[in-house]
Design a protein around this ligand. Structure first.
Ligand code: ZN
Length: 624
């Protein structure tokens, strides 16, 4: 525990400073943070490389005192030793040196990979001179393209490979040649001089394989998954292959339906988003903006707090006397059913300059176990939802409501933690488990019963009309099998390249990637398809998502499956809520996550709930 406590003060200070840097930065703070941050990283990464510490921990592990540790502390000891070993602590001198070289090379090459993607993305532009070619595009997109051209001192309309330009063009432009040109440019990024990623990808795969072997693993996926819920590559691959097989029929049906909708047009990759949007409009005519008046932020929060009171017996109340970093930030207190204090949290909902994008949750303080109970936790949730406009209150889109619920789920994982070891507490869990408490909360945003608690038209107090609710539900599963296959394609590519790819047998890596992705594509891919060379998730960081892309679907299986217990026993079931709190939310990483899941569900995860939620027909039970 002395080892555990050694970094406590530093971590607390850095958490607060990094947080302020993200939400209320100043040039001075940024300079101070940038000056100290590399030193902190260097210190942290030197810990598992310290031979003295490793010897001490190994020595301790062989004592009776270590063998007598309770389950959580015993797990902490063995996870710490595993961490040291995965960083090379147990290696002979020259292997250690080689590992260091590999790590340096991987950092350097993956950085170059990321720069090539960025540079080749930025190097491309498409100027359209004739406004008539822009038919079909929403006015705001045309205006943005016009402004972009002006900014570059050019006539006409400028399109780029950045998402806000590329996505609407592929979705709405009636001009097929225009869509084709953009699609082809996007999928051959970083495939030629001066930004060619071909050799880099080969080298990254080789280095990762060598690193895994050096550390005693069969391949890089096994190394990365060692301390994750899936445990090894074989299981992750089996999981993904199983989902693929169960999705294939629905995938074929969706594609046939789209083909029938478009008639004689032979669908190419640059046609899919375009016709899918036309089909979606024809089928559902659903505009998400229609829902916004039903989601004033205050009602959403009231509903959210009411739901967690019913499920977990906890009481959330706003407090006005916490110090805050900006006047818009709010403070809340959470009490348990018996009135005891669980902790405080901050909520920072709206965008500002000096605040970064996106939504996230963070733990400021992890309360420790005391003789008389448990010290309170402190956490926060941040988002960037639509702020109030004029007289109206802040009205959220449905996705924004989901975001607030999602981050609050992460927050509860922290606030309800009852783990005696800080490093294993709260959200400090395996990467493929951490989204269970957050994603499960999103389900409540789709249940009529739950929505009726808080989704009220802000002027009339009316509930969401049934017809609108049905549209929302149906639009959720529209082309669900295509969305699923897309993600499964990326996961398969990741697992295959990191587990099995052998250049001598499989040939050129870009061609192999195209061959793998073809199975998951709704239309035949062009021969020069080189999406792999722009796939930053896998190659822009020394590890990043490499070996772990499957986690997206894995986490969805967990939350859909766990929520099925709520659906079956009652969306507000106190019994199920208390069980989820006891077996999942309070336990952090104090036990293997698969064991925690089994404690809650009484069995291993089952894929069927996710398939059903994605609108994919399914029959037999099958486990992940
Ligand atoms: Zn999350």
């Amino acid at each position: 525990m002395a080892f555990e406590d050694a970094t406590l003060a530093l971590e607390r200070a850095m958490t607060v400073v990094a947080h302020l840097e993200a939400v209320a930065t100043t040039p001075e703070l940024r300079a101070a943070y940038n000056a100290v941050q590399p030193k902190v990283s260097a210190l942290m990464s030197s810990i598992p490389l310290s031979p003295g510490l490793f010897q001490m921990l190994t020595g301790f592990a062989n004592t009776d005192a270590a063998r007598a540790l309770d389950a959580t502390r015993g797990r902490f000891l063995s996870k710490t030793l595993d961490w040291f070993k995965r960083e090379g602590a147990g290696l002979a001198r020259e292997d250690k040196l080689r590992l260091e070289q590999i790590n340096v090379e991987l950092t350097e090459i993956t950085t170059r990979f990321a720069q090539h993607v960025l540079d080749s993305t930025n190097a491309y532009e498409l100027i359209v001179a004739d406004a008539a070619r822009l038919a079909g595009l929403p006015e705001r997109v045309v205006q943005a393209a016009r402004a972009s051209a002006e900014q570059k001192g050019k006539a006409g309309y400028r399109f780029t490979l950045q998402a806000p330009s590329y996505v609407p063009l592929l979705t709405y432009a009636d001009d097929r040649a225009l869509r084709e040109q953009m699609y082809r440019a996007m999928n051959k990024r970083a495939s030629g001089a001066p930004h060619d990623n071909r050799e880099l990808v080969k080298k990254i795969l080789e280095l990762r394989r060598e690193k895994a072997r050096l550390l005693g693993y069969a391949d890089f996926v096994d190394l990365v998954l060692h301390d994750r819920m899936a445990h090894d590559g074989a299981r992750a691959s089996h999981f993904i292959a199983d989902l693929e097989q169960r999705t294939r029929a629905a995938f074929a049906e969706e594609n046939a339906a789209l083909q029938a909708f478009t008639g004689d047009v032979e669908l190419r990759p640059w046609d899919i988003a375009y016709y899918a949007e036309k089909q979606r409009l024809a089928l559902y005519d659903f505009d998400e903006e229609e829902l916004r008046p039903y989601f004033p932020l205050e009602s959403v929060l009231r509903g959210l707090f009411d739901i967690v009171r019913r499920l977990y017996g906890i009481h959330v109340e706003e407090v006005n006397d916490l110090p805050v970093w900006h006047a818009a930030v709010r403070g809340f207190r959470i009490k348990d059913a018996d009135g005891s204090l669980l902790g405080y949290f901050y909520a920072d909902f709206f965008p500002r300059e000096q605040k970064r994008d996106g939504a996230w949750m963070n733990a400021f303080l992890t309360g420790e176990v005391r003789a008389d109970g448990h010290a309170p936790h402190v956490g926060l949730i941040c988002a960037n939802v639509t702020p109030p406009l004029g007289e109206a209150p802040a009205l959220l889109g449905h996705r924004e409501v989901e975001t607030v619920f999602h981050e609050f789920g992460h927050l509860l994982h922290h606030m309800l933690s009852r783990v005696p070891v800080r490093s294993l507490a709260g959200t400090n869990v395996a990467w493929d488990f951490v989204e269970l408490p957050s994603q499960i909360m999103e389900n409540f945003c789709w249940e009529r019963e739950a929505l009726d608690l808080f989704a009220r038209q802000y002027k009339t107090d009316a509930a969401i009309p049934e017809a609108l609710y049905q549209k929302l539900k149906r639009a959720r599963t529209y082309r669900g099998a295509n969305d699923m296959m897309r993600q499964l394609g990326f996961a398969t590519l990741d697992l295959e390249l990191h587990r099995n790819f052998d250049p001598a047998r499989d040939g050129e890596v870009v061609a192999r990637a195209r061959e793998l992705m073809s199975r998951f594509a709704p239309a035949q891919l062009p021969p020069e398809y080189a999406m792999l060379l722009g796939f930053g998730h896998l190659f822009a960081h020394p590890v990043g998502y490499a070996g772990g892309y499957y986690s997206y679907k894995w986490a969805e299986v967990l939350d859909a499956d766990a929520f099925s217990r709520f659906s079956a026993e009652g969306v507000f079931s106190e019994r199920v809520g208390r069980a989820f709190r006891e077996h999942i939310l309070s336990r952090g990483d104090s036990r293997d996550p698969m064991e925690l899941f089994k404690e809650f569900m009484g069995r291993e995860p089952d894929l069927r709930a996710l398939l059903a939620r994605s609108g994919i027909g399914e029959a037999q039970s099958v486990s992940a």
